[in-house]
Ligand binder design. Sequence first.
Ligand SMILES: Cc1cc2nc3c(=O)[nH]c(=O)nc-3n(C[C@H](O)[C@H](O)[C@H](O)COP(=O)(O)OP(=O)(O)OC[C@H]3O[C@@H](n4cnc5c(N)ncnc54)[C@H](O)[C@@H]3O)c2cc1C
Length: 389
Amino acid sequence: MSDLEVDVAVVGAGLVGASFVRALAGAALKVVLVEPAPPPEAGPQWDSRIYAISPASAAFLEAVGAWAALDRSRVQPVLRMEIRGDAPDAALSFSAYEAGVAELAHIVESGRLQRALWEGLAGQPNVAVHCPARGAVLGIGTDAATLVLDGGTRIRARLVVGADGAASWVRGAARIDAAVQSYGQRGVVANFACERAHRGTAFQFFRPDGVLAYLPLPDRRMSMVWSTPDAHANELLALGPDALCARVAEAGRHALGALELLTPPAAFPLQMLAAERATDRRVALIGDAAHVVHPLAGQGVNLGFGDAHALAEALAGREPFRDCGDPAVLRRYARSRAEAVAAMRTVTDGLHHLFGAKSATISAIRNAGLNFTDRVPVLKTLLVRQALG
Ligand SMILES: Cc1cc2nc3c(=O)[nH]c(=O)nc-3n(C[C@H](O)[C@H](O)[C@H](O)COP(=O)(O)OP(=O)(O)OC[C@H]3O[C@@H](n4cnc5c(N)ncnc54)[C@H](O)[C@@H]3O)c2cc1C
């Protein structure tokens, strides 16, 4: 058993935890990062877990030095977005050109982004990575918190940051309650080669059986995220490759022609989670540990990067006499994130319920809403600006 004394102990080195630690590179803070497993080695196969990274998140990742480390031949800019309702003529489209920006988002593989974040950690003299290790005991005192790892290492930290995902151990150990609501859905993901070029277009189909997204990957490839009720998700997972390709192509109105399966499908349970508060005495939560939203807007990890950025700024901007777990510093972080998180939760949950409703009246209203929005440039620009972060 050994004792360590640090300023910040970060539990969880997923995308959000690792990006937060990278953002502390120049800070005069001693940091430990605790994670049970390093990211997998990147192979030639395409990762079926991909993210639509907003321009604001890309700028943050660039500032922390991870963006430049990505292999550009595996990053796809999204130039256009096509949204289709569940009536044949209901459609809404956005383009980067109309919005006056270079791209609406970038599609990036999860594993490669995580590797890019991890690789830079070795060059940070103020950071010690404990991996494989996990938080096992947390004690909160007046001047510091004590974190005990499963191997027995004791860490005294001014601040413990929970970046340990939706089932956050830190959140539980700090006795921060969370409202959790299952959507009764899973996100089924898989990658496909497609017959037609996507030209940087992301498609989203609001269907009676959920929301199907086609996200463009470099060349003639696309990544599917189909948020759909559990029973339908099981049915999709049980299909053979040819039957799955035919089902996905048909559900996407053959927008990219015939499909060929590149990676076997996988499924993730979908839930909404809201921690009662993002901070407590000597504790701050970031990323999915603090909030989980429906993936239909592809904004979960973007919200997490926003948290990482805001908490790093609150720590860097504190008065020199304040320690980094000072309540005033934590309040500044919590206040700066409250609005963005609540707004995203309302939008994603609202869209999920609006498009999940079976009533014919609501169906007519939502489809008319898509067409109306498509014809009002001001409204479209507003929506695009929101999505760009
Ligand atoms: C189907 C699907 C599609 C999605 N698509 C998008 C998208 O396009 N764009 C987007 O922005 N978001 C998307 N999301 C959301 C996104 O996946 C999450 O918001 C994001 O992965 C959260 O990252 P995180 O680092 O907070 O948590 P996680 O990725 O869960 O990382 C938590 C880390 O903590 C570690 N850990 C856990 N317990 C402990 C412990 N006791 N001690 C130490 N470490 C611990 C874990 O090993 C892990 O590395 C999607 C989600 C789903 C389900």
